[in-house]
Design a protein around this ligand. Structure first.
Ligand code: CA
Length: 438
């Protein structure tokens, strides 16, 4: 169970000035992890933790002797250019390091002189994928998204009967997941117009984003051992922002009967920072099911789920077109949503995924599925916003979009905030569409 501890105290301030105040995404209560190095330097990628506008270089900080000796085995896992070994250590280790970091970064720290030399400005950093993602599973946990999309294909019967019983998911492609800041070419695939006799190979015309939350697995389970819902969150390291780009026209032709294939496997984007489940403890909310919906089967239900199973994580989508960039216009926000809209919780996803004995590995990634809310301005994909391409959206500069065009940059942002806890942010997941190579 998640409990609040001294690292969550909203009164804590850091000697790193940029970590204090209301505008930062990375106050001392956040402390998310990434893999980074200094841009333009021929040096190894390694683990860092965000504080204000800086990154604590954990290897350098360890060598500077700022941490208690007993954390050495934990810190040595962080010398690697991937977080997998650290993620596999489990929540006691994650928590011990978080506590140590919180203490040395506080205003009253006696390690300021040693630690100051281990800070690197985020503006000078570049990132890589924080983990070697062995397997990527794409869920479909927003009932609003499932209903909106279902309506386009089956107006009379939008929600299939299994949806309210099973956390629906499929196995995605991990090799094409990239860290924020990348570009990719518009994919090519088989397209078939409804009235055409046969498909043709052509660049996708209905390219879309998907606003998702990424869930990183930490503690592993053995093959054949399922994870109970009471223990499910002990296996989760943390959350990130996740854009699961989709080619809707390729998808429409290929998805039956086994589901999406090449329409999803060409690119996905994660934010560099992973916010730990421990950092998210103050922003948990009750999880509930409307009384007139089927209630979860016993293995997917628990008191902890009902009391604190949801995460109040505010989500935003921004777009910056080629023209906006040329004219010097900032990216425009086109939708807001919240992870607390999820019909299935993180714990239910983990428990269901392993109920058949499937083993989850450290660094595995789950996508929540497109996280749409109930209102028109809270839809997480253009497919929904434009009702399948029928109703273009209009941007402030007069440009319209039904689907994405070459040169468009899509940026996902997210943060948590509550009356009793400060804002903690997730950074951003940004990528740009290039013209097809075809
Ligand atoms: Ca997806």
């Amino acid at each position: 169970m998640l409990v609040l501890n001294e690292t969550h105290n909203p009164e804590l301030k850091s000697w790193v000035a940029s970590a204090n105040g209301t505008s930062t995404e990375f106050p001392i209560q956040n402390l998310p992890f990434a893999i980074f190095r200094r841009k333009g330097h021929d040096e190894a990628f390694r683990a860092g933790v965000a504080i204000g506008e800086h990154i604590v270089d954990l290897r350098a900080a360890h060598k500077a002797g700022v941490f208690p000796m007993e954390l050495t085995p934990i810190l040595k896992t962080l010398y690697k250019p991937r977080l997998n070994k650290f993620m596999a250590l489990g929540k006691e280790s994650w928590s011990a390091l978080r506590l140590a970091l919180s203490r040395v970064l506080r205003e009253d720290s006696d390690k300021i002189v040693q630690l100051e030399t281990c800070l690197i400005p985020q503006a000078q950093a570049e990132y890589k994928l924080p983990a070697r993602i062995g397997d990527y599973t794409d869920f479909y946990t927003s009932i609003h998204h499932a209903t909106n999309v279902g309506k386009l294909f089956r107006p009379d019967n939008p929600l299939l009967p299994n949806y309210q019983w099973v956390p629906i998911g499929y196995h995605g492609r991990s090799s094409s997941i990239k860290v924020s800041g990348h570009e990719f070419h518009r994919p090519v695939g088989q397209l078939k117009a409804p009235d055409a006799d046969h498909p043709t190979l052509a660049p996708c015309k209905r390219l879309d984003y998907e606003l998702e939350v990424g869930i990183y697995i930490g503690t592993e389970n053995d093959l054949g051992e399922s994870i109970s819902i009471e223990k499910a969150e002990d296996h989760v390291f943390g959350l990130c922002l996740f854009n699961d780009w989709s080619a809707r026209d390729i998808q429409a032709w290929e998805y039956q009967p086994l589901g999406p294939f090449l329409s999803k496997s060409f690119a996905s984007t994660v934010s560099p920072w992973i916010v730990t489940m421990e950092a998210l403890a103050p922003y948990r909310q009750q999880w509930s099911r409307p009384a007139d919906h089927p209630q979860p089967l016993d293995y997917l239900d628990s008191q902890e789920l009902r009391d604190r199973g949801a995460v109040n994580m505010h989500l935003e989508i921004y777009i910056q077109t080629k023209k906006m960039r040329k004219d010097g216009d900032a990216a425009e926000r086109i939708a807001i949503s919240n992870f607390n809209q999820s019909y299935w919780s993180i714990s239910q996803m983990v428990t269901h995924h392993s109920v058949n004995g499937c083993n989850l590995k450290a660094g595995d990634l789950f996508g929540s599925g497109t996280m749409s809310g109930p209102s028109e301005d809270s839809v997480g994909a253009l497919l929904e916003a434009t009702e399948g391409g029928k109703k273009p959206i209009t941007l402030k500069n007069g440009e319209t979009r039904t689907f994405l065009e070459d040169g468009d940059t899509v940026i996902l942002k997210g943060h948590c905030q509550s009356d009793s806890a400060p804002k903690i942010g997730f950074g951003e997941a940004s990528a740009t569409v290039l013209a097809s190579k075809y």
